[in-house]
Design a protein around this ligand. Structure first.
Ligand SMILES: Cc1ncc(COP(=O)(O)O)c(C=O)c1O
Length: 500
């Protein structure tokens, strides 16, 4: 194929047809254009034409992943078990259900989750939610002393992480201004934080720092940090290292055990597709999860246990004595010993459905596909920039995500020129293209390697091109009565072909 062909719908279709993982898209429920447009759950807008029945262009897995086809069935099994067995659902196997007795629903999800984050099974627990897990981990691992009391984080951390860290600082009677080291981008007009810059900030505060907590992938820019290098460097200075993996899990391959990470936490509703607010995950390195049993000192006495300090609950206590109601906490070795409450079975049913879908492939294959899909998006956007510079004598947007493939996951963040965000997002919504915005001027576009296609990427750029054009010229495609996603040969296609 010639270079030019890359920028055609036929090329996108051809790539999809020859991609061995394309079939995974069928394992997901993709909102149709008419269901997105409808205000009612039960009556989609009657299709004005054939295209309204088509799937939407959904590139928003960085915010909320799509529903796996298995989820509805697994949820139904959970509801049926609850309806027909009541409390027996906790203990008894039920034929015809993919779910294990509820007593084990969380641990049943661990083996597959451990593969996704590169951990030993004993190092992973399905528990709580992301912010709650960050709190639990900090309660256990942030032990400020007179010499070491600081936490290093990024200046533009996701607000929940910032609040959580600040609250721990205050909880220990410390002052945030003197205790939180904020890492900002290297240069004033850049959004990127280089590894060297992070390492030098660590060096500056090394002797006074107790904890470093960073995101694996930055939510706003999509930058993927060099987790092993940063972890090793901070640990050499005696600093505990934790990672927020909200945007990294299910997006890039992780090797938390081999990278010697101290702890990590993540949500499951982005690239893991478990549904909004679903139960999260936590990693605790095996060296912190050990439980040493000491025999009773007196005859008929009780054994005692040594373990890493934590905030405890009954679900973290040994399964064999969990229902003995002894009031003696006997932690399960590993991350499971950090659990608090019995998990929501509705949530874990969704996690199970997601992981059963994930295990049709693996993170290595997904990453390879992801690198290509996102590169395709980048190439088309670069073409669009060239065209916009020529036609409008200005750039409508710039890509703020690193160009280096090793420093990004699926997401590209586009910084729009001031004033363009609202009209562009309006046009995209009218065209049933789903991406998300981060004010004041960024839209985030994420081809999720499990279900997005080259055609999705192509159609997004085509719609985005028209959206920018309309925003710059003050036109609205919808008011014009023109479809915003152009059929081949329409306004967009003609304009698009000018680019070639
Ligand atoms: C990077 C990051 N950290 C923390 C959170 C908060 O997650 P939760 O509401 O599940 O605690 C989010 C949510 O999107 C996030 O993106």
């Amino acid at each position: 194929m010639s270079k030019v062909d890359v920028f055609t719908a036929a090329y996108a279709r051809d790539r999809d047809a020859n991609d061995p993982l394309s079939y995974l898209r069928e394992k997901f429920v993709i909102p149709s254009k008419s269901s997105l447009a409808s205000k009612s759950l039960h009556s989609p807008v009657p299709p004005a034409d054939e295209r309204d029945n088509e799937p939407s262009i959904y590139l928003c897995g960085n915010s909320l992943g799509l529903q796996p086809a298995l989820t509805r069935a697994y949820m139904q099994q959970y509801l049926d078990t609850w309806a027909t067995k009541g409390v027996y659902g906790h203990f008894k196997e039920v034929e015809g259900s993919n779910l294990v007795p509820w007593l084990h629903v969380d641990s049943d999800c661990v083996p597959e989750m451990a593969k996704i984050v590169g951990a030993l099974q004993s190092e992973v627990a399905i528990m709580q939610t992301l912010t709650a897990n960050l709190h639990l981990m900090m309660a256990s691992f942030f032990k400020p002393t007179k010499e070491r009391w600081k936490i290093i984080l990024e200046g533009k951390a996701f607000p929940s992480d910032h609040y959580a860290i600040e609250s721990h600082i205050r909880h220990h009677g410390l002052e945030p201004a003197d205790s939180m080291v904020l890492i900002e981008p290297d240069k004033r007009d850049s959004h990127i934080i280089s590894t060297n810059h992070i390492l030098s900030r660590i060096d500056q505060h090394a002797s006074e720092t107790a904890l470093l907590l960073l995101p694996g992938i930055q939510f706003y820019t999509g930058q993927y940090f060099d987790m092993p290098t940063i972890t090793a460097h901070a640990q050499r200075h005696g600093i505990i290292v934790g990672w927020d993996l909200a945007h990294a899990v299910g997006n890039v391959p992780l090797h938390l055990h081999d990278w010697n990470v101290d702890f990590a936490a993540w949500c499951t509703y982005k690239y893991l597709n478990c549904g909004p607010g679903a139960i999260g995950g936590a990693f605790v390195h095996e060296r912190h999860g050990r439980v040493t049993e000491h025999p009773p000192i007196e005859p008929n006495g009780e054994p005692s246990f040594d373990y890493h300090p934590r905030l405890s609950g009954w679900w973290g206590s040994s399964k064999s004595s969990r229902f003995a109601m002894t009031n003696r906490f006997h932690p399960i070795p590993g991350a499971a010993g950090f659990q608090l409450s019995n998990p929501s079975v509705a949530d874990t049913a969704a996690v199970k459905a997601s992981l059963d879908t994930f295990q049709l492939t693996d993170m290595k294959a997904l990453r390879e596909r992801s690198l290509q899909l996102t590169k395709y998006l980048e190439d088309l956007l670069d073409m669009l920039t060239t065209e916009q510079e020529r036609r409008f004598e200005r750039r409508c947007f710039s890509i703020i995500t690193p160009r280096d493939l090793a420093q990004r996951g699926a997401q590209l963040s586009l910084l729009l020129q001031p004033g363009l965000l609202d009209p562009v997002m309006e046009s995209l919504e009218a065209a049933a293209v789903v991406v998300d915005e981060r004010r004041p001027d960024v839209i985030r576009v994420a081809p999720a390697p499990l279900y997005n296609t080259y055609a999705d990427v192509y159609l997004f750029v085509k719609a985005f091109r028209l959206a920018c054009e309309d925003a710059v010229t003050g036109k609205t495609s919808v008011a014009d009565g023109e479809p915003t996603v152009m059929a081949e040969g329409g306004r967009g296609e003609k304009g698009w072909s000018e680019v070639k």
